[in-house]
Design a protein around this ligand. Structure first.
Ligand SMILES: [Fe+2]
Length: 81
């Protein structure tokens, strides 16, 4: 089982989510390479879709962390309503 990350503040929650995503990316790359090696192209295609989604999540989380830093917590939270 993987580690469980929890945050007490919005900043910490975003950081924990980003940390988890960053751990998943190399595992997905490894799994895709493994599928390619054993010619399991259906699983490879599924994992590539998951990888694309996770990369988008990383971008989103980085954007949110940047906004939080730029705006400050109160204004950042107002953008989330
Ligand atoms: Fe994700």
């Amino acid at each position: 089982m993987g580690k469980l990350y929890t945050g007490e503040t919005p900043q910490e929650v975003l950081e924990c989510n980003l940390k988890l995503e960053m751990e998943a990316l190399p595992l997905l790359h490894e799994a895709i390479a493994c599928c390619e090696e054993c010619q399991d192209y259906v699983s490879r295609d599924l994992l590539e879709g998951t990888l694309k989604d996770e990369e988008e999540h990383v971008d989103w989380l980085k954007s949110q962390l940047g906004l939080n830093k730029e705006l400050g917590l109160d204004k950042y939270l107002q953008t989330q309503i």
